[in-house]
Design a binder for this molecule. Structure first.
Ligand SMILES: Cc1cc2nc3c(=O)[nH]c(=O)nc-3n(C[C@H](O)[C@H](O)[C@H](O)COP(=O)(O)OP(=O)(O)OC[C@H]3O[C@@H](n4cnc5c(N)ncnc54)[C@H](O)[C@@H]3O)c2cc1C
Length: 461
C-alpha cells in the first residue's frame, strides 16, 4: 500500500518493515480490528489483565497509519464535553468520567516514561481562544456547567495574556486548561505497538478485514485468510462507517494539517509558548501547536465529508484543502507570512452527534464490542476507551466493565444519501457563517439557522 504519510510518521519508523499479513486459517481468543490507539490500548490492557489471553490485531495498513499517526497530538481531557456527558450519563458520572480522562493524560506520560517511549510529551495546557469578535465567550455555557458541577478546570485569561501566550494579537480572548499536553502522535502509537508486541500481542499489518460473522466463534475474513476468535473488538475509527450496524452512528469528515520548516527563533521572538495546544472557537475548528524542532503544525477540521463512509485518497491529502488551512494559518500569524509550508496531510474523523464516543456490544452480541466515534479527541480518551473495551472483551465486571458510557448513544444520523446531502448543506452554512464572522460582518440568517444543525464539536458551546 502506497499512501501519503504525515510529517509525524515520516519522523518515526512509520514505514519500517511491517508485521506479516494474516495468512491461512488462524485462531485467537480476542481479535481486534484496527491498530490505532484504541486497538493497541485495548490489546495492552487485556494482556496486562490476562497474560495468557491470545490477542491478535488485524490492521489494514501499518499500526498508526490511520488517525493515530496523523493527528495534531493534542492530549485533551473530556472537561470541555462536561455538559454533553451530563446529558448522556447524568451529572455525577459526567464529572467522574471527565476526571478519568484527565487522569489518562498523566497515565500516558507515566506509560511513556515506564516503557522508554520518546513521544515528546510536553504539558503546556490548552488555550481555547477566540480569533473573531463573534467567537468571544464561546466557552461561557461550559464555564456555567462546570460551576454548577462544582469543578473549575478552566481559567479565564485576559486578552493581553492570550495574545502573548499564542504569540499573535489575532487572539482576542480565551480560557486555559492546564491539564492538557502535546505529544508526537506517531511516536506514541508506534511506542504502543512496540510494547504490545513485547507483551505477546500478535500483530498482522497489511491485513484488511473484509467482513466477519456475528455468531460465536466469530469468523473474521481477510484476503485469502480467516481468523476464528471467541471475541471481536472493533477499533476502526471512521472506517466503522462501513459496518452496517454502525453506519448511521458516525459521520466521516476530514481533518487537514500543514507544517512549516523549523523556525524556533522566530517562534521564540513571537513569545508563542511552545508546549501549548491552541484551538479557536469555530465549528470547523483551527488547532495549532509547535513541534519539538520548532515547526508550526496547524490543522483545521471538517472540509471533506465521506459518502457512505467511503474513505478514499482525498482523506490522505488534498492540495486544495491544504491551501485553505494555510489561509487560516496566515490569518492567525500574519507576521509569519514569509514562512513556507513544507508538509500537508489529512485524515478521517469519526464524528458522532454529541462528539462523544460510542462504546457497546454490536447488535447486543456480548462477544462483539466496539469503541468508535472519538470525534477528533481521541489521543487522551482512547486510553480510557482501551480500559473499557478490555474489560468488556474479558467480561470483567470491574469499574471499566460497568462503565456508564457503555451502550450510550446520543442519536443517529439520517441514512444515505440524506446524511451526505444534509452534511454538505450544513457545512456550507457553517463556512458562510464563519467566513462572515472572520470579516466581522453579520452572517446571513439562513447560515446561522442551518449551522445550528452541525454536530457538537470538541467543546460544548
Ligand atoms: C488530522 C487529524 C488531527 C487530529 N487531531 C487530534 C488531536 O490533536 N487530538 C486528539 O485527541 N485527537 C485528534 N484527532 C483524532 C484522533 O487522531 C483519533 O480520535 C484517534 O487516533 C482514534 O484512534 P483509533 O484507534 O480509534 O483510530 P485509528 O488510529 O484511525 O485506528 C483505526 C485503524 O483501523 C484500521 N482499519 C480500518 N478498517 C480496517 C479494516 N477493515 N481492516 C483492518 N484494519 C482496519 C485503520 O487502518 C486504522 O489504523 C485527529 C484526527 C485527525 C485525522
Amino acid at each position: 500500500m502506497s499512501v501519503h504519510r504525515s510529517l509525524w510518521l515520516q519522523e518515526v519508523d512509520g514505514d519500517a518493515p511491517k508485521a506479516p499479513p494474516l495468512s491461512g486459517r488462524g485462531r485467537a481468543d480476542v481479535a481486534i480490528i484496527g491498530g490505532g490507539y484504541v486497538g493497541l490500548w485495548t490489546a495492552i490492557r487485556i494482556k496486562q489483565a490476562q497474560p495468557a489471553c491470545d490477542v491478535v490485531i488485524l490492521e489494514r495498513d501499518i499500526c498508526g497509519g490511520g488517525a493515530s499517526g496523523r493527528n495534531g497530538g493534542f492530549v485533551l481531557s473530556w472537561w470541555p464535553k462536561l455538559a454533553s456527558l451530563a446529558r448522556l450519563v447524568g451529572p455525577a458520572d459526567a464529572v467522574r468520567i471527565a476526571r478519568q480522562s484527565e487522569a489518562a493524560i498523566d497515565e500516558i506520560r507515566a506509560f511513556c516514561v515506564a516503557h522508554d517511549i520518546d513521544a515528546d510529551f510536553r504539558r503546556g495546557g490548552w488555550l481555547w481562544t477566540a480569533t473573531s469578535a463573534a467567537q468571544v465567550g464561546a466557552w461561557e455555557g461550559l464555564l456555567d456547567a462546570c460551576a454548577r458541577a462544582g469543578v473549575e478546570p478552566f481559567r479565564r485569561i485576559d486578552r493581553a495574556d492570550v495574545a502573548r501566550m499564542a504569540g499573535s494579537p489575532a487572539h482576542l480572548a480565551g480560557v486555559y486548561d492546564a491539564t492538557a499536553a502535546v505529544v508526537q502522535p506517531a511516536a506514541l502509537v508506534r511506542g504502543l505497538r512496540r510494547h504490545a508486541l513485547q507483551l505477546g500481542v500478535r500483530i498482522h499489518e497489511g491485513t484488511t478485514v473484509h467482513g466477519f460473522g456475528r455468531d460465536r466463534p466469530i469468523v473474521v475474513r481477510a484476503q485469502r485468510a480467516t481468523l476464528v476468535a471467541d471475541t471481536l473488538v472493533i477499533a476502526t475509527n471512521a472506517w466503522a462507517a462501513g459496518i452496517r450496524e454502525l453506519a448511521r452512528s458516525i459521520a466521516v469528515i476530514s481533518s487537514d494539517m500543514i507544517a512549516t520548516p523549523p523556525i524556533p527563533e522566530r517562534l521564540a521572538a513571537l513569545g508563542w509558548h511552545p508546549d501549548l495546544c491552541i484551538t479557536d472557537s469555530q465549528t470547523m475548528v483551527d488547532y495549532y501547536r509547535v513541534t519539538r524542532d520548532g515547526r508550526v503544525a496547524f490543522g483545521k477540521g471538517g472540509w471533506t465529508i465521506a459518502f457512505g463512509g467511503r474513505i478514499g485518497p482525498a482523506f490522505d491529502r488534498s492540495a486544495r484543502r491544504a491551501r485553505d488551512v494555510e489561509a487560516d494559518f496566515r490569518r492567525c500569524y500574519p507576521s509569519l507570512v514569509d514562512v513556507p509550508v513544507t508538509h500537508s496531510w489529512s485524515g478521517p474523523i469519526d464524528r458522532t452527534p454529541s462528539s462523544l464516543p460510542l462504546i457497546g456490544h454490536l447488535a447486543g452480541r456480548p462477544h462483539i464490542v466496539y469503541g468508535i466515534g472519538w470525534s477528533g479527541n481521541g489521543v487522551g480518551p482512547s486510553l480510557v476507551g482501551g480500559r473499557i473495551l478490555a474489560s468488556m472483551a474479558l467480561g470483567t465486571s470491574d469499574e471499566w466493565g460497568r462503565h456508564p458510557l457503555i451502550g450510550r448513544s446520543a442519536g443517529r444520523f439520517p441514512p444515505e444519501p440524506i446524511k451526505f446531502v444534509g452534511a454538505h448543506l450544513v457545512r456550507a452554512a457553517v463556512v458562510t457563517k464563519e467566513r462572515a464572522e472572520m470579516r466581522d460582518e453579520r452572517p446571513p440568517a439562513w447560515s446561522v439557522r442551518l449551522a445550528r444543525l452541525a454536530p457538537a464539536g470538541l467543546e460544548d458551546k
